[in-house]
Design a protein around this ligand. Structure first.
Ligand SMILES: [Zn+2]
Length: 331
């Protein structure tokens, strides 16, 4: 399994990227409880967070955009940024209605061929006998880094608009969050363009599969290098910086990048990759594990060089080098 795993620390100031409800004229930021180590135990804290669903939505919008602009098929709902996917009979197009009659495998094959977003992001059909394609990417909540938890805040910002019809002031408050957020993102590269039932049989040509893999990783770069994720960006685009990031490309057993809660995460990732390779490549069953690790660190939070880990100048170069390593393994 060729697997790409990326962890990053992202500074986001005055962001309203994930709001949950409006109570009157008050719009609340999403919060979640997290257990924070104190040295003697753990303490529960409620902090601003950005949900994995929110990140996944933005990533899939970018996948759709990249697919359409590269001549790779994307279904009409996904093209419009509506990710209900092929979940039930009323939303099936004629080709999908025909395919579902031919069985689960034919249905999955047709959807992979006709929709790049659902190839990478998966779907769940529950109209009759369920057909499921697990998402090839995994993402979770962005939460404040544990080592910067005391530098985290959510605060309501007062705004007002003049309403000419009533000659009144319309007052509203929007909560904004500021924190060093952590992000983890994995892509099961082997699963892109491949049927779930066999795990090896291609649903598209080999050439198209390579294009899809490249586009899936390029879309990750578009999202992170440009902070194109989350909501409310039209008036609350945050002040942002990807402080540092680490990427791991592993094969055939997946190895993930460590969560970036402390500045040691690149060293810890490198150590884990080293010990995982040692374990997998010894004994009576040598798995011939290979893994490349690269990182990038900005002047705002410089991390020390790590031996055996390739240092790249910026996030885009890090992702570009990840693509090179992925393509070397699969082509
Ligand atoms: Zn679709």
């Amino acid at each position: 399994m060729v697997f790409l795993s990326l962890s990053a620390r992202i500074l986001l100031n005055v962001e309203a990227l994930n709001m949950v409800e409006s109570v009157g004229n008050f719009v609340r930021h999403r919060r979640a409880p997290i257990a924070v180590p104190t040295g003697t135990g753990f303490m529960l804290k409620y902090v601003p967070v950005i949900s994995g669903e929110s990140i996944a939505h933005s990533y899939q919008e970018l996948l759709a955009d990249a697919g359409i602009k590269s001549g790779i098929k994307v279904c009409s709902n996904c093209s419009a940024g509506i990710f209900i996917k092929h979940s039930d009979d009323p939303v099936l197009e004629d080709w999908a209605k025909k395919a579902i009659k031919e069985g689960e495998e034919a249905f999955e094959r047709a959807i992979i061929q006709n929709c790049f977003v659902e190839d990478v992001g998966g779907f769940m059909y529950a109209g009759g006998k369920p057909v499921k394609r697990t998402s090839r990417f995994q993402v979770g909540y962005m939460v404040p880094a544990l080592d910067a938890i005391t530098s985290t805040a959510v605060e309501a910002q007062f705004h007002v608009r003049y309403a000419k019809t009533t000659e009144a002031q319309s007052i509203y408050n929007v909560e904004v969050g500021s924190a060093v957020y952590t992000l983890g993102f994995n892509i099961d590269v082997d699963g892109i363009g491949v049927l779930s039932s066999s795990k090896t049989e291609l649903a598209v040509t080999k050439e198209e599969r390579l294009k899809r893999v490249e586009l899936a990783i390029k879309s990750l770069n578009t999202m992170l290098s440009n902070a194109l994720f989350g909501a409310k960006r039209s008036r609350f685009t945050p002040i942002w910086k990807v402080l540092n990031a680490v990427a791991v490309v592993s094969h055939p057993i997946p190895i993930t990048a460590e969560p970036p809660h402390t500045k040691d995460y690149i060293v810890n990732t490198s150590r884990k990759v080293g010990s995982s390779k040692e374990l997998l490549n010894k004994g009576k069953v040598n798995l011939n594990e290979t893994a490349w690790v690269g990182y990038y660190s900005s002047p705002e939070e410089v991390l020390p060089k790590v031996e055996g880990v390739e240092e790249l100048k910026d996030l885009t170069q890090l992702i570009n080098q990840s693509i090179n390593n992925v393509l070397k393994l699969i082509s």
